[in-house]
Design a protein around this ligand. Sequence first.
Ligand code: ADQ
Length: 464
Amino acid sequence: MGRLVAVSNRVADPRNASAGGLAVALGEALKVTGGLWFGWSGKVVETAQGGTPGEGELHQQQAGNVTLATVDLCREDHDGYYLGYSNGVLWPVFHYRLDLADFDAGQNLNIYRRVNQLFARKLAPLLEPDDEIWIHDYHLIPLAAELRAIGCSQRIGFFLHIPLPPPLILAAIPQHEWLMRALFAYDLVGFQSHADLEHFGRYVQSEARAEPMGEHRYRAFHRTVRAQAFPIGIDVDEFAELGRGPEARETYEMMMAQYARRRLLLGIDRLDYSKGLPQRLKAFQILLAEYPENRMSATLVQIAAPSRESVDAYADLRREMEGITGAINGRYGELDWMPVRYIHRTTSRRRLPGLCRASRVALVTPLRDGMNLVAKEYVAAQDPADPGVLVLSRFAGAAEQMKEALLVNPYDTRATAQAVQQALHMPLAERQARHGKLLERIRAQDVHWWSGEFLRTLAESDCG
Ligand code: ADQ
């Protein structure tokens, strides 16, 4: 196999533990093979280098066996490409939230396309003939088409980290046909779940009259693409290793000492409307109202990392969360017990295993999620002799693999409260049996399996 070239919106040093699902997963994959990781530097420059909007400066840096190559974006490009089109149109629609999509700002589509062209122009000179290129996520859907347009003939794969909605939701995007046609410039397109793959198959057959060619191949727009599900995993051993580190152990001891007489419930998310946080708090409120034995005892620690704060829907969510948390604590709190500990900050990744291990129950209840790595991290961090219970939304991609969790419909807050109550009372033998099966599966399909499967399949996907 040739050199691996990974491309994603953000690039992170694979030697540092950092927050963010994609950064963590991709860093793990690249550390194994070495190669080039290309993307946005995270820097917004007020006036672009050379005065031409979008012509960002290229930076290169060595991080172990991985070369990091990044470009800066000017303010206009960042706002239109990242905030405007990627997170103001694609993110909400792909999470089934047509009500939150801003279809009116037509200029943002042009900027999204322009930044993809910029990425293609900056990346092409760094490529070698037998590179295998792996492009990630919704920010970069048209990148392969732009690379092909300037003569790149390397094998190119794409992985979508977020869900792909059913055809009639996708078709609400005015440029849906252009976006989906762009997927046919890839040799392999990967999705998180079989549900997403099924939506792709239905879309291309109904909207693009694609012919299924057997073996996951579809032909449309004069090209053939292979499409398959590759559920992303975590590095189970690395997470367990973090759990043995001093920060995780100190966090565990501190939580156990503080909450010795309480039962700890845990939520860890980015503050994002797809994660179902207000519904989760309402379910917790119902738990306190309808099962009063949990008062003075059950404590929900909700850590919500700040995210995309300049997009309006995120600022609204922040206010909503502060309102609901205040209402629950005001109503049920006592001098020596607060039901909700809401922390609107990122927590160091090194502390997460300790937090997970100290919690009786994890609430992973997104309204829609591509996969959700927190569900897998929670399982990996448990003590197999006395494991906690995972309450998981059936609308997370992870639910396809994690049937032994307590699966819930997060819109049904009463049923979610009942599931939490069941989790709090689950006998040890049942907890052990469920945990054992979950651990076995997340270990079998871990992050190395995910990247290995994707790259092996890409190497065999000679489309055209
Ligand atoms: P995200 O939406 O970011 O990822 P998720 O899969 O849960 O969601 O990954 C988040 C990662 O960041 C986890 O490793 C978690 O531990 C960490 N993290 C989250 N909140 C944190 C906090 N408050 N403090 C510290 N760390 C935190 C996107 C898709 C997902 C998909 C991943 C990977 O939306 O569906 O699973 O990519 O493909």
